[in-house]
Design a binder for this molecule. Sequence first.
Ligand SMILES: [Zn+2]
Ligand SMILES: [Zn+2]
Ligand SMILES: [Zn+2]
Length: 189
Amino acid sequence: MCISTAGAVSGRLGPHDREAIADSLRDRGLRLTFQREAVCETIFNCVGHICAEHILSAVSTNHPRLRMNKTTVYRTLDLLLDLGLVTEHKCGEGRAQYEPASRGRHSHLICCECGVLMDIDPDVAGSFRDQLRLRYGVQVDLESYPVVGLCPECSRGGDGSRSSGGTRSTPGCTGIPLMVGSHQEIMEA
Ligand SMILES: [Zn+2]
Ligand SMILES: [Zn+2]
Ligand SMILES: [Zn+2]
């Protein structure tokens, strides 16, 4: 399950990211092709997390002449994962979702209703981890596995169908780009 807001992610790669990506490809004797660049710019410009299917739809919208398909997207994702440029989150039965590795390791919440993947503020995750250790003597790995719960929208009794409502304009799969605890809408053009 992956929830898209159906908003295509657009915009070019920043020069710093572009350089870093081109450098790691070059180390493998590979080039930053138009296709690889299109996949990278989609992931890097997505404020939240995005699945392969929505990467493909964003690339097709923004670069209709680039002939991409699922296979080329997955192949590119495998390469980017291998190079350590992108991180992958597999959440239960849901589709894997991706984000730039430069965001660092962090904890996530996955909504069991709509499947949205949200970042958890490191301070919030840290104090939760500390509490569990102090109170129960357990060590939890909050970075490898997402916390399961209800996102703010589903908690409010939304129908969980972000993609059909059309009220959210945030690009990518998450709909909610920011962290738990600092939830706010980002209005993208
Ligand atoms: Zn998606
Ligand atoms: Zn939800
Ligand atoms: Zn994340």
